[in-house]
Design a protein around this ligand. Structure first.
Ligand code: AMP
Ligand code: MG
Length: 340
């Protein structure tokens, strides 16, 4: 298949209408959101959803998130409740996915066989126009090959999906840069399944009862099934082994300096000149987790392309937006943490 690439300047209403038609005919469209790029198909069409799994090489039990143009559309596809309404009012449109019991119109192909469905209303204007133009909900995982870092720029996608999708819409760099926060709502109780742009602290400011799924911060015992199926898969991992180094900045910098010269270091912008004998990849300012989130996946892709034998990076903190960085990094590092 030939993939049509539409640059940011050419993203007219007419193109979005055409993208909507492609979706209704069962095709695949890559579109920008504020989190990462999505690989979308008609969420009501099981055959179209199967094409997503095939294009990504994604295991069929790893569910797709269903994207809607407006939070009010959620009730067409899921059993909504008061907790959902409160979440929607506070955080939608935005980087939040809510897991609810699904309605029959959503095929189990989309939900990886589960009877629940993840609903998200993205905030990105191109995403919203595209979903509205399609006139159907859009099932979409991140637009990368399964296991690779999620794409935050259109050029990342070409390498993975050129020839496998009908169209790629370039919306520029994604604002958040990490996949959506996922929460499960059950009997008024919230469980955080994946941290993201909507932080645990933001959820706890609104709800008394928010727990954190074990897989967010810890390695599950062999054979255990996480609440969020995607959390069990190897993810984001570069080819070279990555180690996360915890402890004081001083000790970590000394450890970095002492590494073999073919080790590539992921360092904060402020540390750029501290390791003259090593190749460094910048991961954003130390004081700016938002910038780090935006950079994370591009930095991992760069690290992978560097030909490093080994990679070292600082261990993120487990609070605020950094909890989301922690969650992605421990996966990329296969839980290799060294605390000094
Ligand atoms: P991706 O869009 O590639 O970030 O993947 C979406 C993630 O959402 C998957 O890895 C799942 O873990 C999670 N997810 C989607 N739907 C559900 C659901 N019904 N129950 C639990 N987790 C879900
Ligand atoms: Mg993904």
């Amino acid at each position: 298949m030939t993939t049509e690439f539409v640059s940011k300047e050419n993203l007219t209403d007419d193109v979005l209408r055409r993208a909507g038609e492609i979706i209704r005919r069962g095709g695949l469209i890559v579109f920008p959101t504020e989190t990462v790029y999505g690989l979308g198909a008609d969420a009501l069409d099981a055959e179209a959803a199967k094409k997503i799994y095939a294009a990504k090489g994604r295991p069929s039990d790893n569910p797709l998130i269903v994207h809607v143009a407006s939070p009010a559309d959620a009730e067409k596809y899921a059993e909504v409740n008061d907790t959902f309404m409160r979440l929607a009012k506070a955080f939608m449109p935005g980087p939040l996915t809510v897991i609810l019991p699904k309605k029959d119109c959503i095929p189990t192909t989309v939900t990886g066989g589960l009877d629940s469905v993840g609903i998200r209303c993205p905030e990105h204007p191109v995403a919203r126009k595209f979903i509205a133009a399609a006139g159907v909900p859009i099932a979409a995982p991140s637009a990368n090959l399964s296991g690779k870092p999620s794409p935050t720029r259109a050029e990342h996608i070409r390498r993975d999906l050129d020839g496998k999708v009908d169209m790629i819409l370039d919306g520029g760099a994604c604002r958040v840069g990490l996949e959506s926060t996922i929460v499960k709502v059950e009997k008024g109780h919230l469980t955080l399944l994946r941290p993201g742009g909507v932080t645990l602290e933001m959820l706890r400011a609104l709800f008394d009862d928010v727990s954190v799924a074990e897989a967010v911060t810890d390695k599950l015992p062999e054979g255990a099934r996480p609440l969020s199926p995607g959390m069990q898969y190897r993810h984001y991992a570069p080819d070279a082994p990555l180690y996360l180094i915890g402890g004081s900045d001083e000790k970590r910098r000394a450890y970095f300096s002492a590494a073999d010269s073919d080790t590539v270091l992921l360092v904060f912008d402020e540390e750029k000149d501290l390791f003259p004998t090593h190749r460094v990849i910048l991961i954003g300012s130390e004081r700016d987790p938002e910038a780090q989130a935006k950079r994370l996946f591009a930095a991992l892709l760069e690290a992978n392309a560097s030909g490093a034998k080994k990679l070292l990076a600082p261990l993120p903190e487990k609070r605020g937006l950094s909890l989301a960085l922690y969650n992605r990094m421990i996966r990329a590092a296969a839980h290799n943490i060294i605390t000094l």
